[in-house]
Design a protein around this ligand. Structure first.
Ligand code: SF4
Length: 552
């Protein structure tokens, strides 16, 4: 038994690009991701059992999940005796070609697209992570972040463990390898019983596919069927692409196993309050997917309806900021009766190798992705619809661009509440000190982005739009109240962030994250007036960790 590894040292592995060039590309990454001021996607996972073309279907599944992670892509397959693995720092279509895929033989496969939310962006951290231990070989694909990975890792390192990656997924593998449980699934359960936080996992052993979702159900994970084969993936859009049908969600806290002796489902973890990530509906998931049992398109359109009711405005045209603002803009236009026009056109072919000229063209970073349509905007009162404002820098540039195209008035409407807190559950967010809504009033943000008016959807409106099970959602990035305690080092980090928020602290824009972000401009100073945006009480349940507690 052994692992046939095909890790590619470079982006564009299928084209045989060298490691030196890969380093150069890695250097461009910051520029690419900073073009638009958004929370960054997390990861996408896929798994299939019982199909002769397991790797090919996994490739297609990852293709559909590409929006969830663009830094690396990987597939591991099992032929019942050997594992075959290929990973690359690349988009899915660049990471694999026919030769690579034909080497990934076997009827079981798991795949991963990654955006690094924990650990650096390098090939060693790319999924699937594969190890060989006393229980045999295992490959793991992980979406989510563990909140106690650092503590567990420190403990194991003190005990002599050697870690090869900086991911929290490797912590699960170490715990698994140390388990004395006699059978593989018991070892997986023993390992996962020790971790806290967000995990939607697809796991492969030599003859089994195991899918696991944390008891809070932070990240989505859906079960599908393709003929006799079973498929597990992050979003239903991956099932659609391979022609599979959705069976059901993998339930929060469920361990689903399919292997030589059939399939079984167990719920070994204790009950926990549900905390589905509401931002999946606002921004992350594809609108053609169903997540948490609900159509993303319908939820997003409902956000637009409610936004129009809560934040009405006299205007001539509704213009979405593409692509993520489109569904909410449709809803806003339907509700308000103001016509929807595509006044901003997105260039979909901007790749990660895009190199920005330094100062020669102001606001080039946004312009390369979005271009205004003068014939739609000129002389009009425009309502721009977006799904979030993170730092405010991109919104400011877009408003300026729309005014330059002749708009008479520019009103900004956001289809979620103000983002005031970082995420610890698998989404890459800037520090609290860089979130403009954490440190500035509504009016200050409105002034900074130079909009004639600015309005956000309320938390109540957001939870109404995502349906009847509104209490099952995590809303921490809008409330600062956390359903799962974050770890000691993160608490210290947040404490530091709160200190950095204090007026007069010069480090506010000088954090490592800010330094890596070429779009960052000087933000306005935090005002002393009362906050005007709403942050109603937390609708989650269970153990709540509030920023105020950390503050002391
Ligand atoms: S903090 Fe925000 S982004 Fe993170 S899981 Fe909760 S809702 Fe999602």
């Amino acid at each position: 038994m052994g692992v046939a590894r095909g890790d590619h040292e470079a982006r564009g592995a299928a084209r045989g690009v060298g490691a030196q060039q890969a380093t150069r590309w890695a250097g461009c990454r910051g520029s690419r991701h900073s073009n638009m001021d958004k929370f960054k996607e997390e990861c996408g996972v896929f798994g299939i059992h019982g199909h002769p073309e397991a790797a090919n279907l996994t490739y297609l599944g990852l293709y559909a999940l590409q929006h969830r992670g663009q830094e690396s892509a990987g597939i591991a397959s099992s032929d019942g005796g050997r594992f075959h693995v290929s990973r690359a720092m690349a988009y899915v279509n660049e990471a694999f070609n026919e030769t690579v895929l034909s080497s990934l033989v076997g009827t079981i496969a798991v795949g991963h697209v990654r955006y690094s939310t924990a650990g650096e962006s390098r090939l060693a951290n790319a999924g699937p992570l594969v190890i060989d231990c006393a229980h045999g070989e295992i490959a793991i694909c992980h979406n989510g972040n563990l909140v106690n990975a650092g503590e567990l890792k420190d403990e194991m390192v003190r005990d002599g463990a050697i870690f090869q990656t900086s991911t929290d997924s490797e912590v699960i593998l170490h715990l698994y390898a140390r388990s004395k449980a006699p059978i593989v699934e018991d070892a997986v359960i023993e390992a996962l019983s020790q971790v806290r936080g967000a995990f939607s996992l697809t796991i492969m052993t030599k003859d089994k596919l195991i899918a696991v979702r944390d008891p809070h159900g932070f990240r989505p994970l859906v079960l599908g069927r393709l003929g006799d084969a079973l498929v597990v993936c992050s979003e239903t859009c991956a099932l659609d692409l391979i022609g599979a049908t959705r069976v059901r969600d993998i339930e929060p806290g469920e361990v689903f196993i399919v292997g030589p002796s059939g399939q079984k489902s167990i719920t070994p973890f204790g009950p926990a309050p549900l905390a589905h990530c509401v931002f999946e509906h606002v921004y992350f998931a594809r609108p053609d997917s169903y997540v948490f049992g609900q159509s993303v398109n319908e939820a997003r359109t409902a956000l637009g309806h409610l936004l129009a009711r809560e934040q009405p405005v006299e205007a001539d045209v509704v213009v979405p900021i593409p692509d993520s603002g489109v569904c909410a803009a449709v809803g806003f236009a339907e509700e308000s009766g103001i016509p929807l026009r595509m006044g901003l056109i997105r260039n979909h072919y901007v790749g990660r190798t895009f190199i920005e000229p330094r100062q020669s063209i102001r606001h080039f970073g946004v312009r390369v992705k979005l271009n205004p349509v003068r014939s739609i905007l000129e002389g009009q009162r425009v309502v721009l619809i977006d799904d979030s404002i993170v730092r405010g820098t991109t919104s400011r540039k877009i408003v300026k661009m729309v005014r330059a195209a002749g708009a008479r008035e520019v009103h900004m409407r956001i289809s979620c509440p103000p983002t005031i807190s970082p995420c610890f559950y698998g989404v890459d967010t800037p520090r609290r000190s860089e979130l403009i809504a954490a440190t500035h009033t509504l009016r200050e943000i409105e002034t900074y982005i130079d909009a004639d008016s600015l309005g956000y959807l309320s938390l109540e409106g957001l939870l109404t739009a995502v349906g009847p099970r509104s209490s099952s959602y995590c809303t921490s990035c809008y409330t600062g109240q956390y359903p799962v305690a974050f770890p000691r080092d993160e608490a210290a980090y947040l404490q530091l962030a709160l200190k950095l928020d204090q007026p007069g602290n010069e480090e506010r824009g000088g954090s490592p994250a800010a330094a890596a972000t070429s779009d960052v401009e000087e933000l306005p100073r935090a005002g002393v007036g009362p906050r005007e945006h709403s942050g109603t009480g937390n609708e989650g349940q269970g153990e709540l960790i509030q920023l105020e507690r950390v503050k002391r």
